[in-house]
Design a protein around this ligand. Structure first.
Ligand code: TYD
Ligand code: MG
Length: 478
């Protein structure tokens, strides 16, 4: 049978389909399947069977003399934390993110910091001309940093340059989607080109011992391969996220062969580039107005780091038609679940109300521990009764309305105390791993076992002021 002359590759996830389709069957993305020439690599087995011509490799035990890899700290603490303590020699890191989010800015700052610390650093830009990078460096006050700058897109030229650099600590490639290898027929930015160029660069990094950072734009259209097609090839994957409408940016580790993956680094984009935010809670709570209904502070944890954020809810009587639900920064399925629990277990009917939920500041919260804070914001909005302005909330809510313990309760409480909060609403379970929960001084604990307790308390507060026509806790068990 003749080999097919071309194949169809999803530019988002890299899956290969036998024929063109509008939607990728593997990742569900639309319009991402592109025809590529089938590659003509020889099969694994030449003549004489698969073992012919091979040499056995050394097979060793797990215990050995391998010391922890010495890392090169960039000096940008938020970046080093996400990397697991700095850049590991002979490793490859992928930094993904939307165009314009600040990847080039961050990496230029990191490269300059390392260069200033006396390391050899190469910054190879495939997107911007040398002049453009110089202008940016001048604007960031980095022009004096002794880094090596080049503008190139041909992989052969870049590989030759890297081969010639004996002692480089770091090479930044901005971005991998602009590189091309002339031995491939496909255009720059396709899955085939991106993978071929990345694998060649990674091989160089492993043999020459420098740390490699590849920049990859997250793409909405299918014409350019997204960074996801490289995730399996690199040692660490970091995504740079943020809302263009907000100044702060979050660097999130999603894969790390040399460290924890759930760390975040928080930055603020300013006129002078990215500034580290050492205290993100203060940033996220900066614009909070106390004493408004529909607001609750969630004591969250991102990685090893406690982060306090404000959850805002707005509840309004639906004017005919199905009620609207809009969620920003949280999972809408989780909201539907919470609304059902509030209705079935606490007797709070929200099925005739439009419900809007927002995580203030633009942060995206993924923890189930946010359930209790979201519920508090919803109940507070419905009752038109502010939650206690000095109180933080955390806890997971189960389908029967029970409030469940979550990890790192003490870290959450400590952060709340640090920011001047005086009370915490949390799940009833005083012992964490057999130890009694240590509450920081000045923080009163209000432990609840069931969501109805929270509803009853907010309703009681309100009834102290005037009778609540809308909120009538009923079915809940205490
Ligand atoms: P950039 O690093 O070029 O983004 P990426 O490489 O991810 O595409 O950042 C571009 C944006 O950052 C641009 O819209 C302007 C903004 N910016 C600042 O606000 N301050 C600065 O000092 C710099 C250099 C950029
Ligand atoms: Mg860029």
């Amino acid at each position: 049978m003749p080999k097919p002359a071309s194949r169809y590759v999803c530019q988002s996830c890299g899956a290969v389909a036998p024929r063109w389709a509008g939607q990728c069957a593997a990742c569900g993305a639309w319009n991402t399947i592109v025809e590529e020439p089938a590659d003509s690599r020889p099969g694994p087995a030449g003549k004489g069977g698969p073992a012919a011509g091979g040499r056995p490799v050394a097979v060793v035990g797990l215990r050995g003399e391998t010391a922890a890899p010495p890392r090169a700290a960039t000096g940008i603490a938020e970046l080093d934390r996400v990397l697991g303590g700095g850049l590991v020699p002979a490793s490859a890191v992928l930094v993904g993110g939307d165009p314009g989010i600040g990847k080039s800015t961050l990496l230029l700052q990191a490269a300059a910091a390392l260069a200033r610390a006396g390391r050899r650093v190469l910054y190879i830009s495939g997107e911007e001309a040398v002049e453009q990078v110089r202008l940016r460096a001048a604007r960031l006050g980095l022009a004096d940093a002794p880094l090596g700058l080049a503008a190139a897109t041909s992989l052969r030229d870049i590989a030759a340059t890297l081969e010639a650099e004996g002692d480089a600590t770091l090479a930044v490639i901005d971005s991998i989607q602009t590189l091309w290898l002339d031995s491939l027929d496909s255009a720059p930015g396709t899955v085939a080109q991106v993978r071929a160029c990345a694998s060649e660069l990674i091989r160089l990094a492993k043999t020459r011992g420098f740390a490699l950072i590849l920049v990859g734009h997250v793409t909405k259209e299918g014409a350019i391969a997204g960074p996801r097609v490289l995730e399996h090839m690199v040692d660490a994957v970091l995504y740079f996220e943020g809302d263009r409408g907000h100044a702060f940016r979050i660097l999130r580790g999603v894969k790390n062969r040399f460290g924890a993956t759930d760390e975040i680094g928080v930055f603020e984009m300013t006129g002078q580039g990215l500034i580290e935010v050492a205290n993100p809670s203060a940033l996220f709570l900066a614009e909070r107005r106390g004493n408004v209904s529909g607001s609750a502070v969630f004591a969250g944890v991102e990685g090893t780091r406690p982060v306090l954020v404000e959850i805002q809810a707005l509840v309004a009587k639906a004017e005919g038609g199905p009620p609207r639900r809009a969620v920003i920064g949280w999972d809408s399925g989780r909201l539907a679940l919470l609304l059902a629990v509030l209705e079935a277990r606490c007797g709070l009917g929200l099925h005739q109300h439009d419900v809007y939920l927002n995580v203030a500041g633009g942060l995206r919260v993924a923890e189930p521990a946010a359930d209790l804070a979201v519920a508090a914001a919803l109940v507070s909005a419905l009752a038109d009764q502010p939650t206690d302005a000095g109180m933080v909330f955390f806890g997971e809510i189960g389908l029967s309305g029970e409030v469940r313990m979550v990890a790192q309760a003490e870290a959450r409480l400590k952060e709340a105390a640090k920011l001047g909060f005086t009370a915490a609403c949390l799940p009833k379970r005083v012992a964490t791993r057999g130890r009694p929960l240590a509450a920081p001084e000045g923080v009163a604990l209000w432990e609840i076992g069931h969501l109805a307790d929270l509803v009853a308390r907010l309703a009681a507060h309100r009834q102290g002021r005037r009778a609540s026509p809308r909120l009538a806790p009923g079915a809940g068990s205490g």
